[in-house]
Design a protein around this ligand. Structure first.
Ligand SMILES: NC(=O)c1ccc[n+]([C@@H]2O[C@H](COP(=O)([O-])OP(=O)(O)OC[C@H]3O[C@@H](n4cnc5c(N)ncnc54)[C@H](OP(=O)(O)O)[C@@H]3O)[C@@H](O)[C@H]2O)c1
Length: 335
C-alpha cells in the first residue's frame, strides 16, 4: 500500500498529504449516504496518507462537523482539520443562503464549529464566501484574533479574487485558498491562481471531479436522485448537460489508453496544472466510499504526458452553463 507524499499547505501552513478528502457529500447535496460507510471512509483515507479533512458549518447545517468530530478527536495528532464559516442558512427556508463576514458573526460561528467538532482548535479556518459589504481587513482581522486566541491555527479563504487574496494576506498570512478548479472549471486561473503562486499560498481545488460529472458517473441531472443539489446545477441540466457530457470524452479516451479511470485523469490534471502555475495544490476530491480511495489517491502521482495535457486544454473553454446558478456566489462574479 502506497501512502501519499506530503507538502506544506502554504509557506506557513501545516504539512499535509498532497490530496485531502472532501466530507461535504457525507451529509448533504449528493444524494443518500450510508453513514457507516462514510465513517469507514474517513479511517481508510487516513491510512492511505490523506491528512487534510475538509468540512464546513453549512454542510448539513452543522451535521457534517458533528459527523466527523469523533473521527477527528480519535486521530487529533494526525488529522489536519479544515472547516469554514460565512454561509448562513434558515431553518424555515432551505433554499436560503446568506453571506456573513462581520466580526461578531465570525466570533459566534467559530464557537459553534468548535462545539460541534468537539475540539479545542481548528487547523485551517476558511472564510467560505466573501461579503463585499464588509471591509476585508475587518473580517481577516477578526480571523487573526482567533489565531491569537488559540482557537484556530491557520487561515484560509474560499472563492476570492486575486486582489482580495493579496489584501487579506497583507492583514494576516493566508495558508490556503480553496476554490473550484478542474478540467471543466478554470476561471480561477485568471487572477486567483497567479496571486496564490506569487504569495506562497497553497491552492485547495474543490470539486476537482466536477462534482462527479468528470468521472462519467452521470451525464444528466435526471439520472440523479430527487433532492440531489446537482439537479439544479446549470452545467448538468438540459442542453448544457448533453453538450457537456460529450466534453468528458477526451478524459475517458486518455483514461482508456492509460488503463486508469476518468477520475484519476481529472485529478492528475489538477496536480499538473498547478505545476505550470508554480504553486502547491492539495485537491480535496469528495467521496463517501472506501472503494474510491485507493483510486483517487493513486491519481496524485499519475503523470499525464504533454500530448494528453494538450488534448485536455480546450475542454474548459467549451463547457456551457455557469458553475453556479448565481455567479455572484463565486470569485469570478467579482472579477
Ligand atoms: N469551498 C467551497 O465553496 C466548496 C464547494 C463545494 C465543495 N467543497 C469541498 O470540496 C469537496 C470536494 O468537492 P465535491 O464533493 O463538490 O466534488 P468532487 O470532488 O468533484 O466530486 C464528488 C463526487 O464524485 C464522486 N466520486 C468521487 N470519487 C470518484 C471516483 N473515483 N469515481 C467516480 N465517482 C467518484 C463522489 O461520489 P461518492 O461520494 O459516491 O464517491 C461525489 O459524487 C467537498 O466535499 C467539500 O468539502 C467546497
Amino acid at each position: 500500500m502506497t501512502t501519499l507524499p506530503t507538502t506544506a499547505l502554504g509557506s506557513a501552513g501545516p504539512v499535509v498529504g498532497i490530496q485531502g478528502l472532501g466530507c461535504m457529500g457525507m451529509s448533504e447535496f449528493y444524494g443518500p449516504t450510508d453513514t457507516a460507510e462514510a465513517l469507514a471512509t474517513l479511517d481508510a483515507a487516513l491510512e492511505l496518507g490523506v491528512t487534510l479533512f475538509d468540512t464546513a458549518d453549512v454542510y448539513g447545517s452543522g451535521h457534517n462537523e458533528e459527523l466527523i468530530g469523533p473521527f477527528v478527536r480519535a486521530n487529533r495528532d494526525r488529522v489536519v482539520l479544515a472547516t469554514k464559516f460565512a454561509i448562513e442558512r434558515r431553518a424555515d427556508d432551505p433554499a436560503y443562503r446568506g453571506v456573513r463576514n462581520d466580526p461578531a458573526y465570525i466570533r459566534t460561528a467559530v464557537e459553534a464549529s468548535l462545539r460541534r467538532l468537539g475540539v479545542e482548535t481548528i487547523d485551517v479556518y476558511y472564510m467560505h464566501r466573501r461579503d463585499p459589504r464588509v471591509p476585508l481587513a475587518e473580517s481577516v482581522g477578526a480571523m487573526a484574533e482567533l489565531v491569537q486566541a488559540g482557537k484556530v491555527r491557520h487561515l484560509g479563504l474560499s472563492e476570492v479574487t486575486g486582489d482580495e487574496l493579496r489584501e487579506a494576506h497583507a492583514v494576516h498570512p493566508i495558508a490556503a485558498l480553496q476554490s473550484e478548479w478542474s478540467v471543466f472549471s478554470r476561471d480561477v486561473e485568471h487572477t486567483a491562481v497567479p496571486a496564490a503562486a506569487e504569495l506562497g499560498v497553497a491552492f485547495v481545488p474543490y470539486s476537482p471531479l466536477g462534482r462527479g460529472f468528470l468521472t462519467g458517473a452521470f451525464t444528466a441531472a435526471e439520472q440523479l436522485s430527487e433532492g440531489d443539489y446537482r439537479r439544479s446545477h446549470p452545467q448538468f441540466s438540459g442542453a448544457n448537460a448533453e453538450r457537456n457530457a460529450q466534453l468528458v470524452a477526451p478524459i475517458q479516451k486518455i483514461a482508456a489508453e492509460r488503463g486508469v479511470s476518468a477520475a484519476q485523469v481529472a485529478l492528475a490534471w489538477v496536480h499538473q496544472r498547478a505545476e505550470v502555475h508554480g504553486l502547491t495544490v492539495v485537491p480535496i476530491p469528495g467521496t463517501r466510499k472506501r472503494s474510491r480511495l485507493a483510486e483517487n489517491t493513486a491519481a496524485a502521482t499519475l503523470k499525464l504526458t504533454a500530448t494528453e495535457l494538450v488534448e485536455l486544454e480546450p475542454v474548459a473553454g467549451q463547457v456551457t452553463g455557469d458553475r453556479y446558478a448565481d455567479m455572484t456566489f463565486t470569485s469570478a462574479g467579482r472579477e
